[in-house]
Design a protein. Structure first.
Length: 415
């Protein structure tokens, strides 16, 4: 009888539903980038042997596409990000890694423990809500030496008590939603939603500026927009003037294969006499993922009136056989109705599109009039994390398209 009872208990403990229930719920997680430990909220949910792990982009949940928890080993797949999280559970904490599966994909150490609400702050917190600008203070310590790191950035902050959220907007796009709080005179914000790991630490100075450390590496000086010039912070670059073309009087040309191998060209009949929005991006690019739903909405709203959209995707591998599944997944995720063309590898934009001058941002949008000539180029994309900047970009984009559509159709020979 005792042996039967022991066997029954062992059987129950081995049941996936029972084993997995102990991992459900919210977790205080972190990934490590160099010397920076970047905290973020994470959630695990299990049901009938199926396990999902959720990142958070603001209030939006981003769930894994498949997962399992066996013998205290967790594995989660994020097909649309082409990433994998693996971790071991010791009954209290997780330890593992989160890795990108693309060519040269990054891998981050991963840690997590049970979620615990933050202790309330007893003292009043400094006020940081509003629009700021920030610039590199000192040397660029990034190993990549990205020239965009030395350009001024925009910083948007929202605050409720000690709790602060916001985003940094660079020329190529934003960081996603930063969240965190004041700890005395120090503001700590972070972001990780499967991509774009950021640790933002700032201290308020007597003159009202912020001394910022980004991912425990580069240091920045931030000031409110009204005071930025006086504090020596250069004007952030204008995204509508960052990239141009060599000869604006010449029609813009492209020719690349679609996923079926068929060449699609600017000379094709479907583009003649149409307003064309060309987006340069890649499935690896977080800001391109932010942009995709916006472009789909534009297409649905304006296509019947004469708008065409074409996506030129430059992928990590530059090999159609390897890149095609990622692009197919991207199209499926966002239900993209317009052509997506395999244009090449990251870094080949200037070679593949030689008419461009100073390309430097994924995504970049090129607006063509009905005559096929470039009427505007916008670098980067401001997501909803940036608040009013996102709304302003939407208004400007729609205004540009409305203006171009209102122009009289011309002969296709102009292309």
């Amino acid at each position: 009888m005792n042996l039967a009872l022991v066997a029954f208990v062992l059987l129950i403990s081995a049941c996936p539903a029972s084993a997995q229930s102990k991992i459900d719920g919210l977790w205080d997680a972190s990934v490590f980038v160099g010397q920076a430990e970047i905290p973020f909220r994470f959630e695990i949910s299990s049901n009938n042997g199926q396990v999902q792990g959720f990142f958070f982009e603001g209030d939006k949940k981003i769930g894994s596409t498949s997962g399992q928890f066996v013998n205290n080993q967790l594995q989660l797949q994020y097909e649309f990000l082409y990433t994998t999280l693996t971790a071991t559970f010791d009954g209290e904490q997780w330890q593992g890694s989160y890795r990108g599966n693309r060519k040269n994909g990054r891998e981050y150490p991963f840690r997590a423990r049970r979620f615990r609400a933050a202790d309330p702050e007893s003292a009043a917190s400094p006020q940081a809500a509003g629009s700021w600008e920030m610039t590199l203070a000192g040397d660029d310590k990034n190993s990549t030496k990205d020239p965009r790191s030395v350009l001024s950035w925009k910083l948007f902050l929202r605050q409720s008590g000690p709790e602060v959220s916001g985003s940094i907007l660079r020329i190529d796009g934003d960081t996603g939603t930063l969240t965190g709080r004041w700890h005395g005179n120090t503001l700590v914000l972070s972001h990780f939603a499967g991509e774009r790991p950021v640790l933002f630490e700032a201290s308020l100075q007597p003159d009202g500026t912020l001394h910022v450390t980004y991912n425990r590496l580069n240091k920045y000086l931030a000031a409110r927009v009204s005071e930025a010039r006086a504090k020596g912070i250069p004007q952030p670059p204008d995204p509508s003037r960052f990239t141009s073309v060599k000869d604006p009087s010449e029609p813009f040309h492209f020719q690349f294969p679609d996923l079926g191998g068929k060449n699609v060209s600017s000379a094709d009949q479907q583009f003649q006499g149409k307003v064309v929005l060309i987006t340069i991006g890649g499935t690896w690019c977080p800001n391109c993922r932010d942009e995709a739903p916006f472009l789909v909405d534009l297409y649905k709203h304006y296509h019947a009136r004469g708008l065409e959209i074409v996506s030129l995707t430059f992928e990590a591998a530059g090999d159609p056989a390897e890149d095609k599944p990622r692009v197919e997944s991207f199209i499926k995720e966002f239900v993209i109705p317009y052509p997506v063309l395999l244009a090449g590898a990251i870094g080949e934009v200037t070679d593949k599109l030689p008419q461009l001058v100073r390309f430097g941002a994924y995504p970049t949008s090129i607006f063509l009039g009905r005559d096929g000539r470039v009427r505007g180029i916008h670098a980067g994309f401001a997501s909803s994390a940036t608040g009013e900047a996102s709304a302003e970009l939407a208004r400007e984009t729609k205004s540009s398209i409305e203006h171009l559509l209102a122009e009289n159709p011309i002969s296709a020979t102009a292309r």
